[in-house]
Write a protein that binds this ligand. Structure first.
Ligand code: FBP
Length: 262
């Protein structure tokens, strides 16, 4: 971790990353609630909202769409990713290089690490290469730290999520993105376990405005540094409204009631 390496994708030290790699990770089924989101331009337009500190996409989407948005939103190059068609032990192929991401204008890299998977050793080594290369380009490093695999019983338990955030610090991420462990106390432990590395909460499947903003408020109160979110934004008919609310909670320290009123 290098303090400040994430500055291009944070605002006042906090992050609101809009994740849009679902076409690879889950398939087009994630676009069904709002069919217009099948077109990446629709989600890049959403990402121009002031609250969004970076958009995370895979290579093909970056190549085809980022040139039209490079002045509007920082790019977080999600380097690895796997499809839902893969039925094996959790693993993720590296789909583009750090050098190529830098050439496309990326400000930071994103990398999934499945700690505990039978493929942990290779994933750690791939992360090492990407992390060290990102340092050469002065790019921030965000780890999607998702412990999972056949040996892991509960991938969102407090122990597991604290371990997930600690893996980010140990392996040299600037920000670790972790699943919400279910309570403020557990999130607080995950944040403490990360030392001075930043921890952001992962969005998860779509919930109501109030439920989602309440969880984000809880995570922020527990010391989280923001959010990396996909479906809870782009699966809404009015994504700008939830981004207004998230901006209030994350950057202006608003209560849920205040955020709902924005
Ligand atoms: P969501 O906010 O929609 O959960 O997106 C966050 C994210 O990490 C995406 O970047 C990724 O596509 C997806 O979740 C992977 O989720 P999972 O591996 O749990 O299916």
């Amino acid at each position: 971790m290098i303090p400040g390496a994430d500055s291009a994708i944070t605002r006042d030290g906090k992050a609101l990353i809009l994740a849009y790699d679902h076409g690879l990770e889950h398939g087009p089924v994630d676009f069904e609630p709002v069919p217009e989101t099948t077109d990446p331009s629709t989600v890049f337009d959403v990402a121009t909202h002031d609250a969004v500190t970076a958009i995370a996409v895979q290579k093909g989407v970056a190549e085809a769409y980022y040139p039209s948005y490079e002045d509007d939103v920082p790019l977080l190059a999600k380097l690895n990713g796997t499809s839902n068609l893969w039925m094996g032990e959790p693993d993720s192929s590296v789909n583009w290089s750090v050098d190529y991401a830098a050439e496309l204008g990326a400000d930071a890299i994103g990398f999934t690490v499945y700690g505990g998977s039978n493929h942990e050793v290779e994933m750690f080594e791939e992360f090492r290469d990407a992390q060290e290369n990102a340092r050469e380009h002065d790019m921030g490093v965000v780890m999607w730290s998702y412990p999972r695999g056949q040996g892991l019983k509960d991938d969102t338990s407090p122990d597991t999520i604290a371990y997930a955030s600690r893996l980010g610090l140990e392996l040299g991420a600037d920000i670790a993105k972790v699943k919400y462990p279910g309570s403020a106390d557990a999130m607080s432990w995950a944040v403490d376990s990360a030392g001075n590395m930043k921890v952001v909460m992962s969005g998860g499947s779509k919930t109501s405005d109030e439920a989602f903003l309440s969880t984000v408020r809880e995570a922020m109160d527990a010391g989280a540094d923001g959010l990396a979110v996909g479906r809870n934004v782009f699966q809404r008919q009015n994504p700008e409204a939830i981004l207004d609310g998230l901006e209030a909670v994350i950057f202006d320290d608003a209560s849920v009631e205040e955020a709902l009123a924005t």
